[in-house]
Design a protein. Structure first.
Length: 553
């Protein structure tokens, strides 16, 4: 715990008299040095940036003093005598010569960490220095130990500190066109995002100052920071993408990390959500509905956990989940039941989560550079992840469907994913269960009105072909909220189309109009849910097999 790996590039080489010899610039590698819980307002021992080590750069005086104060804690250790001589003001061949030589290095190198060598010996690699670091750490632990109980391990073996506990290093990984792996930092430019920080007044609440908000000892903090960094990074390239094992990217600014208490071999929580196909979904449904895996108690069964994080200077924890793996599987089965769609060939299909999230965003036109609305994408992505893992008990806000409807009304593509989201929201917010394909038995007035509009649009296309401002472009969005417009289309537009196409689609038109007439007249307004039903009726009518309609002439 006293030592931690830190990167460095530059060796500052001195002799036994503290005289500067040279800088050795190598490839970036790591070396163990004194552990510190947070870098802000602190200096590392024998390894740091040029501001701390050399006092190089404007405004570096305070940082350099922190470095020298840290060094002073280790005075009396023989191996450090050359270093103290190096900083002695009387040594004309010491730090001043080093600063002059450092000024000649290239700009890119100057931002890297520097450590000390005496001759050919790197000080941080010697047993004497390592032992001194461990001894100093143990003395510090005794001084700050306050007897507080850690809320995780339930002991006071390691101090509870009122300071940041560590960094999460969020990276976005993708495969470039040349096949190489590219890594881009998320959140903080350095990729270092503070996870826990109660070191400022602004984080205090209910008169509980500092870490009294959540007592976490240093040892537990180290463990969970290391665990989260592992979950964030683990994965491998697959099919020209980087496939994470424990992570789902909700948006460019938010990710979900998930794991199970015990390793599992026959079930991959990632694949079944992000890369669903008919075979693995069928296996999941069979195992749940046929009770091949008996549902155990929360105490005895394996557990599934997830946490939603937004990296920034301080990492934002948006929500978290803890449930039995059996319950998670059951909830996923409900999710796939709700997002199942049947294509024109009669095949069952299931959209990946990221496709559904993207469906709430505006379509990008060819050559367009406009980005997604990250705030809405993050919010909706978090909602949909929760809907997938928490089952029917989690109600999806109607705003999700409203985002989709707005894209459709604004003439973006009415894709399968957008239809899927509408179906999902209706199923989660009503007692209705919208089917995965055209439902002739559905007597919802809104659903029938959507089907009727699709038939009228098809009649127009058959009569006059593609037009720039057809019935869909002019009336679709308005009719979804004011269905009485259909009455106008039936009396004014349809007779014109029928005059040109004869009896084409007459059967469908009369059947749907007859059902609407049996229920009543067109209402003045449709609610948000009814607008979703209208859109689904239109989508399924447009995309069902055409064999029957083509023979109605």
């Amino acid at each position: 715990m006293a030592l931690k790996e830190e990167p460095f590039v530059i060796d500052l080489v001195i002799n036994k008299d503290g005289e500067f010899l040279r800088f050795i610039v190598g490839k970036k590698r790591t070396i163990e040095t004194e552990v510190i819980t947070a870098k802000k307002g602190k200096a590392r021992f024998l390894l740091d940036k040029c501001e701390e080590v050399l006092g190089y750069g404007e405004g570096s005086e305070r940082k350099h003093k922190l470095f020298l104060d840290k060094l002073e804690l280790y005075r009396g250790i023989p191996a450090l005598e050359p270093v103290f001589k190096f900083y002695d003001a009387k040594n004309v061949k010491g730090i001043n010569m080093a600063v002059a030589a450092f000024d000649e290095l290239d700009k890119k190198t100057k931002v890297e960490n520097i450590t000390f060598m005496v001759g050919t010996t790197r000080l941080l690699e010697t047993d004497e220095i390592r032992s001194a670091i461990i001894k100093q750490f143990e003395e510090n632990e005794k001084q700050v130990s306050n007897g507080k109980i850690c809320s995780i391990c339930g002991t006071s073996n390691s101090p509870v500190l009122d300071e940041p506990h560590g960094y999460l290093r969020f990276k976005k990984r993708y495969i470039k066109k040349d096949g190489t792996l590219a890594i881009v930092s998320m959140g903080h430019p350095t990729g270092q995002n503070t996870l826990v920080s109660y070191n400022e007044k602004v984080f205090e609440s209910y008169n509980l100052t500092g870490n009294l908000n959540s007592s976490i000892c240093r040892e537990c903090a180290k463990n969970y920071v290391a665990a989260l960094n592992f979950l964030e990074a683990e994965g491998h390239p697959k099919d020209k993408i980087f496939q994470y094992k424990h992570r789902v990217d909700i948006s460019d600014t938010t990710i979900v990390l998930f794991w199970t208490r015990k390793e599992i071999e026959d079930f991959d929580p990632f694949d079944v959500v992000e890369l669903p196909d008919v075979s693995n979904v069928k296996h999941l449904l069979d195992s749940v509905w046929k009770a091949e895996n008996k549902i155990g108690s929360v105490v005895d069964t394996n557990m599934f956990y997830s946490i939603t994080l937004t990296p920034s200077a301080r990492t934002v924890v948006r929500d978290w989940t803890a449930m039995s793996l059996d319950e998670y599987k059951k909830n996923l089965a409900e999710w796939f039941h709700d997002i199942e769609m049947v294509d024109t060939n009669g095949e069952q299909t299931y959209s990946p989560l990221r496709w559904l999230i993207n469906a709430t965003q505006r379509d990008k036109k060819p050559g367009e550079k406009q980005k997604s609305d990250l705030n809405s994408k993050t919010r909706i992505g978090t909602i949909l992840w929760n809907a997938a893992v928490k089952g029917h008990s989690y109600k999806i806000p109607l705003e999700v469907m409203q985002y989709v409807l707005n894209r459709i009304w604004k003439k973006d593509d009415f894709s399968k994913e957008r239809a899927t989201l509408i179906k999902l929201v209706i199923n989660r917010n009503t007692n209705k269960h919208m089917k995965s394909t055209l439902d002739d038995a559905n007597t919802s007035l809104a659903y029938l009105c959507g089907r009727l509009f699709a038939v009228i649009e098809s009649m127009q296309w058959k009569a006059i072909g593609n037009v720039n401002n057809g019935v869909k472009e002019r009336y679709f969005a308005a009719t979804a909220s004011q269905p009485s417009i259909l009455g106008i289309l039936l009396t004014k537009n349809v007779p014109i189309y029928q005059h040109k196409i004869g009896g084409y689609l007459a059967k469908e038109l009369n059947e749907i109009a007859g059902k609407i007439s049996e229920i009543g007249s067109f209402p003045q307004r449709f609610s948000t849910i009814e607008q979703g039903e209208f859109a689904l009726g239109y989508y399924f009518q447009k995309n069902h097999k055409k064999e029957t309609t083509d023979n109605n002439n």
